[in-house]
Design a protein around this ligand. Structure first.
Ligand code: SF4
Ligand code: SF4
Length: 414
């Protein structure tokens, strides 16, 4: 059992999509673009000033902690002008009531210029930049509708952000191609001086919905077919082990890879920073441009609709039985293979959206990436044990590098 005992013992996050699903790129594996079909006939799918005001007031009032985090997501949030976010900041100040407010901004990085960088710096935004490694890997998938790759423009943005000392980190997708070149991929981030990296595996299936959406919902079951760009469980395991081997020997304490940090958190019995490895879900619903709220960014499907912030009282929305059940289901609907797994404390059956495979005992609802995760947890276990021991004795986990160089002597006798 992790330390998060109740759904409200930590902040509720609500990721906002001010430009809906709109984006200036058309990346191969994007699961956002087709969400526009959910609002066919709605014209421009942009958050109104009135909704922005309601959202900011209610979101701040909802928090049970002194710190409030706003996350601006897309589509592509830079499709709204800077003045939209200046208005948001003004409303945050007006409604803060003594709370400390932070802003995070997730972008494809292709529209950021000097003015945006100045704005981010001045207002202390943390920028998450989508970049999938070196040019050939990135441009294979992350392209404009014309087919032109976006890598060169994103690299220009990195220089601009660095010039203005904007804090940014990389969100990197691991797909069928990048998974085959783990070290080239990892070295790229080190070469560009990126010290905070999130690796996210792509797992998407095709399933044609009557409204035009082509990607499967978790409820679409066995009839959906795997997309060619998805990472296989074997490749995911290989990728993680290869990157981990380099990181644990040379980079601990210098480069922060969210998945490795989260694994160590699980080893320690603490709540990880990545939701996929947490015990329960339900802490990060998403709000569409019109105020519609869904249980999670990966569950924006009609069957996971929770209500609209204009019409449903805010407290009711985040305490809806459907949302609480959605959160608990992650823990309560594990297969027997997961429940008996040595690494349940770090994995928790990973993300429910990937639970469409069959377990070794033939049980449905098992995680598709299981073999990859299991291989990684088992491979990293001795090092995680060591780092846990260090933390428990108030020493730096980075000592793992010295320990490996010394031939991994029995540290428990020290
Ligand atoms: S469904 Fe997956 S992505 Fe959504 S909160 Fe749960 S673990 Fe996270
Ligand atoms: S490694 Fe596999 S069996 Fe173990 S908890 Fe994760 S998904 Fe379940």
């Amino acid at each position: 059992m992790t330390k998060t005992a109740t759904p409200f013992s930590r902040p509720v996050y609500l990721m906002a999509k001010p430009a809906g699903a709109a984006c200036n790129l058309a990346c191969t594996y994007c699961y956002y673009l087709e969400k526009k079909h959910l609002y066919a006939g709605a014209g421009k799918q942009l958050m109104s000033d009135e909704l922005l005001e309601t959202f900011i007031r209610d979101y701040i009032a909802l928090q049970t902690t002194p710190n409030v985090l706003f996350t601006w997501h897309g589509g592509e949030p830079t499709l709204r002008p800077i003045k939209f976010y200046e208005r948001a900041l003004e409303l945050q100040r007006k409604n803060a009531a003594g709370r400390h407010i932070d802003n995070a901004f997730q972008t494809n990085g292709t529209l950021i210029n000097e003015e945006w960088a100045r704005f981010f710096k001045k207002n202390n935004f943390l920028v998450g930049l989508s970049i999938d490694g070196p040019q050939d890997l990135h441009d294979d998938f992350r392209r404009a509708p014309s087919g032109k790759g976006s890598w060169a423009r994103v690299m220009q943005t990195i220089l601009t952000l660095n010039r203005h000392s904007v804090e940014w980190n990389a969100m990197a997708v691991v797909n069928n191609r990048t998974a085959e070149q783990p070290l080239d991929f990892y070295h790229f981030f080190k070469e560009i001086g990126c010290h905070y990296i999130q690796f996210t595996p792509v797992v998407e299936r095709f399933y044609r919905h009557p409204d035009g959406r082509l990607l499967a919902a978790p409820t679409d079951g066995a009839v959906a077919t795997m997309t060619p760009f998805s990472v296989t469980p074997e490749a995911w395991g290989h990728f993680l082990c290869e990157v981990f081997d380099e990181w644990v020997r040379h980079d601990v304490g210098d480069y922060f890879i969210q998945l490795f940090d989260s694994t160590l958190a699980g080893w320690m019995g603490m709540t990880p920073s990545v939701c996929t490895l947490a015990e329960t879900c339900g802490h990060a619903p998403v709000m569409e441009w019109n105020g519609d709220v869904y249980a999670c960014d990966h569950f924006v499907f009609p069957e996971f609709y929770l209500g609209n912030i204009r019409t449903t009282p805010r407290k009711e929305l985040v305490q809806r039985p459907e949302l609480l059940a959605f959160g608990r289901d992650k823990r309560d609907r594990l297969t027997a293979q997961c429940r008996n797994c040595d690494y349940l404390m770090a994995c928790h059956g990973e993300c429910p959206r990937n639970r469409f495979a069959t377990s070794q005992d033939g049980e449905n609802g098992h995680n598709y990436l299981c073999d990859g995760y299991h291989r990684f947890f088992s491979h990293s276990a001795p090092y995680m044990d060591f780092m846990k021991y260090m933390l428990q004795h108030n020493e730096a986990p980075a000592k793992v590098m010295e320990w490996i160089a010394d031939g991994m002597p029995d540290y428990r006798k020290r």
